[in-house]
Design a protein around this ligand. Sequence first.
Ligand code: ADP
Ligand code: DP6
Ligand code: CO
Length: 336
Amino acid sequence: MCTVTCLASINIAVIKYWGKRDEVLILPVNDSISATLDTDHLHAKTTVMTSSTFKEDRIWLNGKEEDIKNPRLQNCLTQIRKRARNSNQWKVHICSENNFPTAAGLASSAAGYACLVVALAKLYQIEDDITSLARSGSGSACRSVMGGFVKWCMGSESNGADSIAKQIVPASHWPEMRILILVVNDTKKKISSSIGMKRTIETSDLMQHRIKHVLPNRVKIIEQAIIEKDFKTFAEHTIKDSNQMHAVCLDAYPPVIYMNDVSHTIINFVHAYNEAVNEVKVAYTFDAGPNATLYLLEENVPEFVGVLDHFFPPGINLEQYRKGLTFKEVINSQEL
Ligand code: ADP
Ligand code: DP6
Ligand code: CO
């Protein structure tokens, strides 16, 4: 028997991946940029085992057996076996746990598939780029294979060969950066990211404007802001990109709605705070769910959290994962 266990963290996009040009290969319509969190916090932990006694491939997620025939999973397994550098033909058993809510808009698919692919790549001794393997499980997963700020380049080849993720800077480049996640609702979302983005690309007119006229420039600006550690520019474009993603969702037909009243209250709160301090100190971003992720610098955490606690006392359906959510020391998909 051969066993590998790995950890991989979630990543939170500041330029959102929203829309595919190829549903099967998972090729996006735009470049996206995110930061990967430290594995001390929200992560997936996956163990993969092979044995001559296993009769079939099987997977357990959070203690419950799932259907191994899931096409995304099958895609990953087939591609990984094709690229295997050893002759291991045994069936594989996969056991994965997330230490945070699954399918609630907190990027579980990113941590989950990154972790699965990193573990299987070790098992099958694959050494070249594995971000494209993670991408075939869930698009956002390709960015969780690395730490720091990461860019997923959409690529132009029809087979997806150049649709891979690359690190822009390691976490040590901007060690003051902090992430605060405000969990508004941790139940499973009603519209998965895949379905939400498919409906958006098929029905939203605004989406074409976003892809053609907004993103190419925004990607360049935010990448430069990260390199120059220009928080104001970084924050403004992060906020605008989140709002634009949710605007194109609302422009879909029927509309795709992920944020709720509490999410909107958080948005107003962050803008009111930034105005009160006369500086852009906090940026918010929302994935496909009502939960807020805030980007801010370490020096501003105590004051902001104090004000936040005053207006959102703990326990009112707003749980905060705030225990030093730093990505200062990103340990990337580390083997245990
Ligand atoms: P999220 O916002 O949490 O990423 P998605 O709708 O994008 O939600 O994806 C959720 C799906 O990702 C789950 O239903 C499951 O199929 C897959 N997933 C989540 N965590 C893992 C994991 N640890 N291992 C394998 N697959 C996972
Ligand atoms: C809003 O990667 O979950 O989090 O590729 O269909 O699995 P699939 O979608 P997924 O979508 C993530 C959407 C997002 C934005 C982002 O992470 O860039
Ligand atoms: Co996801």
